[in-house]
Design a protein around this ligand. Sequence first.
Ligand SMILES: Cc1cc2nc3c(=O)[nH]c(=O)nc-3n(C[C@H](O)[C@H](O)[C@H](O)COP(=O)(O)OP(=O)(O)OC[C@H]3O[C@@H](n4cnc5c(N)ncnc54)[C@H](O)[C@@H]3O)c2cc1C
Length: 297
Amino acid sequence: YGGMGLDFSYNIAVAEELGNIRCGGIPMAIGVQAGMATPALTRFGSHELKKQFLVPTIAGDFVACLGISETGAGSDVANIKTTAVKKGDEYVINGGKMWITSGTQADWMCLLANTSEGPPHQNKSLICLPMNLPGIHVARKIDKLGMRSSDTAQIFFEDVRVPCKNLIGEEGKGFTYQMLQFQEERLWGVAIALTPLETIIQETIDYTRQREVFGQPVLHNQTVHFHLAELATELELLRSLLHRAVALYVEGNDVTKFASMAKLKAGRLTREVTDSCLQFWGGMGFTNEVLVSRFYR
Ligand SMILES: Cc1cc2nc3c(=O)[nH]c(=O)nc-3n(C[C@H](O)[C@H](O)[C@H](O)COP(=O)(O)OP(=O)(O)OC[C@H]3O[C@@H](n4cnc5c(N)ncnc54)[C@H](O)[C@@H]3O)c2cc1C
């Protein structure tokens, strides 16, 4: 389908490298395209569906987005309300999605919708939804605190008709497919945090080494040394957990536990590193001239 036939560890290597561009939004948007909206299609989609959606997405001709969250369902994915009701050989979709990365410009959405009224974990399906169909309304681009170069949209569906053949895999398996798809999303989310955090720690070391306060470099106070050493250690531990989880995943194992642990730690560490390091920059940390304040936002 136009891919290079490499395993998932290469995705992670790319994500770590993208951390060098000193911006969160672009790696996030590329991640949605490469590792969040497409894994289920790759694994469970029909040959026809892959030709139609995966080939142009890999080629970079299509922008993909992932439509899971809604105004009333974020953490609680099972609680989504969007429906896709089968009428003849089409699904008729009604509802709306919230927080959709690349949603203002996407060519297609990997949509999670309720396709029956059964139990919440067995009534959902993933559908490839072309975003140019009548009844799709991109309501607004959300004004965000950070990642401003990545657009995030609220989208409504009003009697949107899509062919049943756009179903990914089996009907009713959407929740399970999405839980699997989340593994790659979590691991990518960890990987794109590593390099910026490493850079922030290194730039803080460089700055505090040359910034003199009370007659000596800030870095020469042992408490600063201890703190930065601790953060650097935590970061390397996170990297090790990520690489262990990725190795297990590539071998075909379920890594729900390790991927979730790594994502939890990545979120915590991102806040801890940026908050702690920002203080060592003094007033400079409060400016928009330094990387640490951007990632603090
Ligand atoms: C920049 C950005 C991009 C995004 N991109 C996408 C996208 O492309 N596609 C998509 O589908 N979604 C996307 N999302 C949505 C994201 O997945 C949700 O924001 C996330 O799942 C959390 O849902 P929520 O915002 O509704 O928070 P809520 O579910 O309302 O949670 C609010 C708070 O309650 C806490 N909480 C939840 N459950 C419990 C509990 N049991 N006990 C204690 N506390 C709890 C949460 O941790 C959180 O702190 C994006 C969000 C952002 C900010």
